[in-house]
Design a protein around this ligand. Structure first.
Ligand code: CU
Length: 153
C-alpha cells in the first residue's frame, strides 16, 4: 500500500512536470479555431481559450500568423447600441486562470489574408507573451454558420 501511494505520488509529479513543460510558464491553448470566410474575403478572426496554470499573470502582447499580413488582439466594445471592435495593446491571462476568446468578445484579428483559407484546414498561430515566450496554437478553420458577421448591423 505504501509502495502504491509512493508510485502515485511520482506519477502526479511527473504529470505536473509534463503539463508545465507543455507551454511557456504553464500556458496552454485549447479549442483554437478560425472563422471560415468566403474566398473573396481577406479578414477573419481566431478564437481559443488560453489557460494559465502559472502563479503569475501572463500578458499576451501580440500574435503572428503566416497567412495574414497583420495580426491584432481585439475586443468588442459597446458604443451606443452598436458593438464595435477595438484593438488592445495586450490581453492579460490571470494566474491560475484563463482568457476566453470567443465571438462577440476577445479575438485575434487576422487582417490581409495572403491566400484563401479552407474549412477544415489547420492554421498555425504564434502567441507572443511579455517575457518573449512564444506559444504555438493550431487553429482549425470552421464554418461560421448563419450568424451575421461581427460589428455590422
Ligand atoms: Cu476584430
Amino acid at each position: 500500500m505504501k509502495l502504491l501511494s509512493r508510485s502515485l505520488c511520482f506519477l502526479t509529479v511527473f504529470l505536473l512536470l509534463s503539463f508545465a513543460n507543455a507551454g511557456a510558464q504553464g500556458i496552454t491553448v485549447q479549442d483554437a479555431w478560425i472563422r471560415g470566410i468566403p474566398p473573396s474575403a481577406t479578414t477573419t478572426a481566431a478564437f481559443m481559450t488560453i489557460h494559465n496554470t502559472g502563479s503569475d499573470d501572463a500578458v499576451l502582447k501580440s500574435a503572428d500568423c503566416d497567412v495574414a499580413e497583420t495580426v491584432q488582439i481585439h475586443t468588442m466594445e459597446q458604443v451606443g447600441e452598436i458593438m464595435k471592435m477595438k484593438e488592445m495593446s495586450e490581453l492579460r491571462i490571470p494566474a491560475n486562470g484563463q482568457a476566453i476568446l470567443a465571438p462577440k468578445g476577445y479575438h485575434i484579428m487576422l487582417i490581409g489574408l495572403i491566400r484563401p483559407i479552407n474549412e477544415g484546414e489547420t492554421i498555425s498561430l504564434s502567441l507572443n507573451f511579455t517575457d518573449r515566450a512564444t506559444v504555438a496554437a493550431d487553429a482549425v478553420v470552421k464554418k461560421w454558420g448563419s450568424m451575421p458577421p461581427m460589428s455590422h448591423h
